[in-house]
Write a protein that binds this ligand. Structure first.
Ligand SMILES: [Ca+2]
Length: 499
């Protein structure tokens, strides 16, 4: 599905279909699909093994709730059974990777879960056993939907309008000094300073903002404190032609006074959709750029063409010699870092590890999160989500379905139509604002149509949990210097914080 103005220059039939989806979603009042079959994606072992040295077979079975249970609320009594002669002497229960009380050391094994602190939406309950030597069994899991009526977890505060007054915002970036640069699609790069939107834009660009075109990307150089470099990605008006380009400006206080330095001039556009625009600096100091297929899926498989790719650039726009196709391609093909993507509108790097997650916006069926890797082919257009993953194609880490009627494993109760926004929450830190487990060290993602933020628990088999729902249409995510989660929507910045 498409983001921003959506559907680009595709057919009116498609536009109508999207409108009906939005209406249908609204009618669901934020509830995930009731009839959706939840997944078995979590029947894997999890992290956190301790005690004995061995991992036992799955000799413990979670007997309540059943996988796919929908609408649990209040106090829920969990149960587990052990296989005969398995030597299990205790069972522990978890929700979203966090222990539910102490382990139960006497059969029948049970635990009491108070669901009321949890957000309405998908959560994962699981159980495993321990033998007398401290060896753990594999986990037995259930993906469930809690009907708690909460739009964020207990102990969190969500301010949907922390900063308002934005016009068609599309992307944002955090400077080390705490300022936030916000790209408005119409061409103004705005500055949020000390929680206030400054009146004067950092720079005002002449852009074509039709459909998904416009000022749709912004990044701050990792050495911004010294060089004050700010990068923007926008659709240039060039007579009758249109193309996306990256230009670098130098911050003088809260504005740019230089004419800008051209970093990259991408080829002319045909359609007005799938423009990409995500930009982030990697831990290697290189600028990574998500470029959409511009509605021409075949280009995503053409390693000599920059569309449908993640590009990797030196900070001056040059091609790093260690790019995967630097020696085998020419021109902008030397910038290609990963391919087979439809519209990688957002992506993120994990602080410390450099792990990269790419959000690829889907067509009709799946929204996917891919693990970034040099030279990887993510399959578009032949493959979408986990469908038709052929030889040489890297399958997603996680994917969730579109309309509830098509939602199916592995996305469970998640349903959306345009993944837009991703950020890793720091694994460690200090201060009262730090999120507790299971949020810490994990990947947050948002859906533009679903208006939710979910979290991918990368230490526990990429299990996905609902974090919160939003009033606005999310397009980007970041974690602030105050450890709060910031969500850019089309008209505002939402702040979700502790307490
Ligand atoms: Ca894919």
């Amino acid at each position: 599905m498409h983001i921003l103005q959506d559907r680009g220059n595709e057919s009116h039939r498609a536009r109508g279909r999207e409108a009906s989806r939005v209406a249908r979603w609204a009618s669901l009042a934020g509830r995930a699909a009731a009839a959706m079959t939840a997944s078995l994606l979590l029947s894997c072992g999890g992290g956190g093994d301790g005690g004995g040295s061995g991992t036992l077979p799955q000799t413990v079975t979670l007997t309540f709730p059943a996988d796919g249970s929908d609408g649990l609320s209040g106090i829920v009594t969990l149960g587990a059974a052990t296989a005969a002669n398995a030597g299990i002497v205790a069972v522990e229960f978890q929700i979203d990777g966090t222990a539910i009380g102490a382990e139960d050391t006497s059969a029948p094994y049970a635990a009491s879960l108070d669901t009321t602190p949890f957000s309405e939406g998908q959560h994962v309950i699981r159980a495993r056993g321990r033998d007398a030597a401290g060896n753990r069994s594999a986990w037995s899991s259930a993906v469930v939907r809690l009907a708690t009526g909460r739009s964020e977890p207990a102990g969190f505060t969500r301010n949907d309008n922390w900063v308002g007054g934005l016009a068609n915002a599309a992307a944002f970036a955090l400077a080390p000094d705490g300022r936030i640069f916000v790209a408005e699609q119409g061409g103004n790069l705005r500055v949020v300073k000390n929680g206030a939107l400054l009146g004067s834009p950092f720079v005002s660009l002449n852009v074509d903002a039709a459909d998904e075109r416009g000022l749709v990307g912004v990044a701050v150089h990792p050495n911004f404190v010294v060089n004050h470099f700010v990068y923007v990605y926008y659709t240039r008006v060039n007579g009758n032609a249109r193309n996306n380009r990256i230009v670098r400006y130098v911050a003088t206080g809260d504005v740019a006074t230089d004419p800008g330095t051209l970093i990259l001039e991408l080829p002319d556009l045909a359609g007005s959709n799938h423009n990409g625009g995500g930009m982030r600096f990697g831990p290697d100091g290189k600028l990574y750029v998500g470029v959409g297929d511009n509605g021409n899926g075949a280009l995503a498989q053409d390693r000599g063409h920059p569309f449908g790719k993640i590009l990797r650039l030196n900070d001056d726009g040059g091609a790093p010699g260690d790019n995967p196709f630097a020696a085998t391609q020419t021109g902008q093909g030397r910038l290609v870092w990963a391919y087979g993507l439809r519209n990688p509108f957002t992506f993120a790097f994990q602080p410390g590890t450099g792990r990269m997650h790419i959000n690829d916006v889907g067509e009709e069926t799946w929204e996917e999160i891919d693990l970034g890797a040099a030279g990887a082919n993510y399959g578009w257009p032949a493959s979408e989500g986990f469908d038709r993953v052929g030889a040489g194609v890297t399958a997603p880490l996680f994917a969730y379905g579109h309309a509830p009627a098509t939602g199916r494993a592995p996305g469970g109760f998640f349903s959306g139509e345009a993944i837009a926004g991703g950020t890793f929450y720091p694994a460690s830190g200090t201060g009262p604002g730090l999120f507790p487990a299971p949020w810490r060290g994990n990947y947050f993602f948002a859906d533009f149509i679903g208006r939710f933020v979910g979290v991918l628990d990368i230490g526990n088999g990429n299990a996905a949990y609902t974090f919160c729902t939003l009033a606005g249409l999310p397009v980007d995510l970041l974690v602030g210097n105050d450890a709060a989660l910031y969500v850019l929507t089309r008209g505002a910045i939402a702040r979700i914080s502790r307490p």
